[in-house]
Design a protein around this ligand. Structure first.
Ligand code: BG6
Length: 486
């Protein structure tokens, strides 16, 4: 109904917190029965501008499997959250976190992916993490698949390209849903599911060097299997724990037309469709018509099981989450040239960029929130947003990261505007509240945290945790429910 007032601030129960992923923080890659994951066979980038997360070939896979060290594979060591989780969660609690987003490493629960019984030691680790969160009254928000699967499934059947991944994954989800039933209100299925169009890091399927048509076939087929597995997980959680909610997770990359030329506007619309296709399927429960043309023109044929469409339609997600780092610019007659973990858009002259060339666009967050809310009318959750920067530790052990505070302040301000615009927003988990291993380059020196971790790109350091200036700033933001952003 028409109202004469509108919300002026964040809702009272707004979930403030931070987000991480198992393979970027845990370490302990070969302890307590854990198997090797696909993230742990990705070599670190040669330099800051090389994006290495999907560069895996059959040969490099075998070399990685045979390598017993973490030297070339930083995601094997993370920041040793496995042994520091109490200290880290205490620091999150000190900032006043209401929610902590983390992922469960599938390979800790099913080391090779195809076992019939889970690894008890793996389940016990997450029990302890949940106990600790519970102790401080912090809500867990768990991602079931954040850029990793047991590497055994890549070897056995080329990851998500094979339909058998659905049953293996849903055996894993059933086990964790039953184990943590009543303790977790919010779940996410596949992290940044749309990035599966970029290959291995999401699909676990090796396709490097294949012609574009074959790559597209493998990637979209793998993604179809993830859609089905995600819908099945939705069915499972609603049956096992009716109070729990499950969401999708998209890397939202709003595309702007470079000029008002209708051809550029149409090019931007097409780019946006490629991004929103994923939430269209997961929230509306159907493959949108525009993809029929795309698939036909690219020669992609999705092989579906007889009940797949029914399953996808019957079990859409309860809410939509997304990461937000940047926007893109597209022209109908140009190729993009900006950096990003998976963006390939053109440069936007109105925006500044991070040290890694990611274009910073706080207003774009408000635009995205409004568009997503309008399109789906389901609650939204910003589950990643943050600034990767080269922090300097001064002689007294302080990091004065005013640039991070500025970045976050501007994004939070725009989120607040979106709430005033009428968007139903559940919460905000800033990415990387503690420094962690970068997803795209596997560096440590690309730091996001409120908490500094003493470790360099080669894994040297004491792993000591130190509070940056932004730590105290975020604490104030949470305490004032987003009113005090100074
Ligand atoms: C998102 C991922 O794409 O961006 C995270 O979900 C990732 O895993 C984050 O770490 C930032 O990217 P990067 O490459 O700077 O670590």
């Amino acid at each position: 109904m028409y109202k004469t007032s509108f919300p002026k601030g964040f809702p009272k129960d707004f979930l403030w917190g931070g987000a991480t992923a198992a393979n970027q923080i845990e370490g302990a890659w070969n302890l307590d029965g854990k198997g090797l994951s696909t993230a742990e066979v990705v070599k670190k980038a040669k330099n800051r501008h090389e994006v290495s997360m999907s560069s895996v070939t059959k040969e490099s896979l075998q070399t990685a499997i045979a390598d017993p060290s973490d030297k070339l594979y930083p995601k094997r060591r993370g920041i040793d959250f496995y042994h520091h989780y109490k200290e880290d969660i205490a620091l999150f609690a000190e900032m006043g976190f209401k929610v902590f987003r983390f992922s469960i490493a599938w390979s800790r629960i099913f080391p090779h992916g195809d076992e019939q019984t889970p690894n008890e030691a793996g389940l016990a680790f997450y029990d302890k993490v949940l106990d600790e969160l519970d102790h401080y009254g912090i809500e867990p928000l768990i991602t079931l698949s954040h850029y990793e699967m047991p590497v055994g499934l890549t070897e056995k059947y080329n990851g998500w390209f094979d339909r058998r991944a659905i049953a293996d994954f849903n055996r894993f989800t059933e086990v964790v849903f039953k184990r943590y039933q009543g303790r977790v209100r919010y779940w996410l299925t596949f992290n940044e599911i749309n990035t599966g169009t970029w290959g291995f890091h999401e699909t676990g399927a090796i396709d490097e060097g294949l012609p574009e048509k074959e790559q597209l076939q493998i990637r979209y087929q793998a993604l179809h299997h993830q859609f089905v597995a995600s819908a099945m997980a939705t069915k499972q959680i609603h049956e096992i724990d009716p109070k729990a909610k499950i969401g999708s997770m998209l890397a939202r990359m709003q595309t702007y037309p470079k000029t008002p030329d209708p051809l550029d506007v149409r090019a931007a619309q097409l780019e946006d469709e490629k991004n929103l296709f994923f939430t269209d399927v997961q929230a509306r429960g159907v493959y949108p018509e525009y993809m029929n043309r795309f698939f036909a023109e690219k020669g992609v044929e999705i092989k579906m099981g007889p009940d797949d469409e029914k399953i996808i339609a019957q079990y859409p997600v309860d809410f939509l989450s997304f990461s937000y780092y940047m926007t893109n610019v597209t022209a109908h007659n140009e190729k993009g040239n900006t950096a990003g973990n998976m963006s390939v858009g053109g440069r936007n002259p109105y925006l500044k960029a991070s040290d890694w060339g990611w274009q910073i666009d706080p207003v774009g967050l408000r635009i995205s929130l409004n568009e997503m809310w309008d399109r789906y009318r389901k609650p939204l959750f910003v589950v990643e947003n943050g600034l990767g920067a080269l922090d300097k530790l001064d002689a007294d052990g302080h990091v004065h990261d005013s640039y991070r505070i500025d970045y976050l302040r501007q994004h939070i301000q725009q989120m607040k505007e979106a709430v005033s615009d009428g968007v139903d927003l559940m919460g905000y988990t800033m990415w990387g509240p503690i420094d962690l291993i970068s997803f795209s380059t596997s560096e440590m020196s690309k730091r996001y945290g409120f908490i500094y971790v003493d470790q360099d790109d080669d894994g040297n350091g004491s792993l000591k945790r130190l509070k940056k200036d932004s730590f105290f700033w975020y604490k104030k933001v949470i305490a004032s429910n987003g009113d005090d952003l100074n």
